[in-house]
Design a binder for this molecule. Structure first.
Ligand code: IMP
Ligand code: MG
Length: 428
């Protein structure tokens, strides 16, 4: 029987992250039962000369006990994840307790110190002191990020960043006053490779990418980074299609396909154009069906739906476009139930915030290309991005590496500050 719950679940799946929802659900019990003020005990009423039992308070001990309860839940979830990792190593991940509780659970490439991360975030945000607002999706997301940063720091070799909304605002450039510059430079100086893996696809046109990243490249020049340091900085545009490397003059060089292992992109131009024709027809149908004030842009490896000047599309309209084109392309490739990465020509159909794009290839392939080139394993690669729902373009990286889900460049900054703290502490 298809229950109403299941129907609702499926209708909302593109707006949910199952692990975060699960953790949020676990934290709700102590919040409901214990985060409320307690009535005064009889002796306290006498001591305070209060005669009515209406006087309620929230003692330091009660608050501390609640913090402890939240911490225990994080510790238990940490254990569930560790057990799931053990099962995964034995090739029976689907049998773990966590897999039964959260059937769509993916792969964890490192241990996650969730209890420690919770205490760190709670010290700053005082989540456990809230009486009326339970631990939220964003609280849990930030705790998972901190845990991931703590766990990966000792082995970190490669950090890949999404562009729009991760390093700079949507459609903007990386300006010279961007506070992330010194944090990215610090990674390069520690001999950690840095790559921007972005959907923005301008073919082999290095000056277009240099223009969008001009503030960062100027920062490299001002800090006089050595050729070895800047040689560890890459840009991968069009999700996985166009690779650039920074040269000693702080400019980007296009790297020809023959110069690196690019066999993961094993598609031919006629195949690509056929697929883009299907996507273009579907997006045009969305424009007609929903009377969108938008136009369709076709590129050699992508097709996009972009609002007309001064127009904004709603999240629902863009999700509809992304899911419609996802389904059309899966059906065309004969696998309507597959994931966009598991078909003969992998693609990425996503809601970009104020536009919708269908790109050939995806960031999973992008990250894997860089990992192969640089010899970095999943447990030493971290992808930072803002699009981890099923209509986003960062989610595919979860199969290849560890991830941090941020929602704006300020969060990227605070996540990198945490990473800096952990890395410096290890050096002392
Ligand atoms: P990202 O967040 O860095 O992956 O960039 C996503 C944004 O890049 C999209 O929302 C678009 O606005 C922009 N963009 C520019 N060219 C392309 C393209 O060829 N494919 C997909 N997105 C593109
Ligand atoms: Mg983005």
């Amino acid at each position: 029987m298809t229950s109403q719950y299941r129907v609702n679940y499926h209708l909302r799946a593109h707006k949910r992250d199952t692990l975060i929802e699960f953790i949020k659900g676990m934290l709700l019990t102590p919040f409901v039962l214990h985060a409320q003020p307690q009535p005064l005990s009889e002796s306290e009423q006498q001591a305070k000369h209060v005669h009515l039992n209406l006087h309620r308070h929230y003692t330091e001990e009660a608050q501390e006990a609640n913090t402890q309860r939240y911490a225990e839940i994080f510790s238990n979830i940490e254990d569930l994840i560790s057990e799931h990792r053990e099962f995964q190593h034995q090739g029976i991940g689907g049998y773990s307790r966590l897999a039964r509780l959260v059937p769509s659970i993916g792969t964890f490439f490192t241990h996650l110190p969730l209890q420690q991360a919770f205490r760190r975030v709670d010290q700053r945000d005082r989540i456990s002191r809230r009486k009326h607002v339970p631990p939220s999706f964003n609280d849990v997301r930030r705790i998972l990020n901190i845990a991931q940063v703590m766990a990966i720091a000792p082995d970190l070799q490669l950090v890949t960043f999404d562009g729009d909304m991760t390093l700079y605002a949507d459609g903007q450039n990386f300006e010279q006053d961007n506070e992330l510059t010194h944090l990215l430079i610090s990674l390069l100086r520690r001999r950690i490779c840095v790559a921007i893996v972005t959907a923005a696809g301008y073919g082999s046109d290095a000056p277009r990418y240099e223009h969008r990243l001009s503030g960062l490249l100027k920062g490299f020049a001002q800090e006089r980074l050595t050729p070895e340091e800047v040689g560890q900085f890459y840009v991968l545009g069009g999700e996985c299609n166009f690779l650039f490397r920074c040269n000693p003059a702080y400019r980007l060089d296009y790297v020809e396909d023959s110069q690196y292992p690019s066999s993961l992109r094993s598609w031919t131009d006629p195949q690509v154009q056929q697929l883009l024709d299907v996507a273009e027809r579907e997006l045009a149908d969305c424009v007609r069906r929903m009377s969108l004030n938008a136009e369709i842009l076709r590129k050699p490896r992508a097709v996009g739906l972009v609002p007309q000047a001064q127009q904004q599309l709603t999240r629902e309209q863009l999700d509809e476009c992304a899911l419609s084109s996802q389904f059309a392309l899966l059906k065309f490739q004969g696998s309507p139930k597959a994931q966009p990465g598991d078909v003969p020509i992998p693609f990425c159909a996503f809601n970009g915030g104020n536009d919708c794009w269908v790109d050939i290839g995806n960031k999973l392939i992008g990250v894997r290309i860089l990992q192969n080139m640089l010899g970095a394993g999943p447990q030493s690669t971290l992808h930072v991005g803002d699009q981890f729902l099923s209509t986003g373009n960062d989610i595919s990286t979860r199969t290849a590496c560890c991830t941090c889900w941020i929602i704006n460049p300020q969060e990227t900054q605070s996540m990198l500050n945490e990473l800096e703290l952990v890395l410096s502490a290890r050096e002392d």
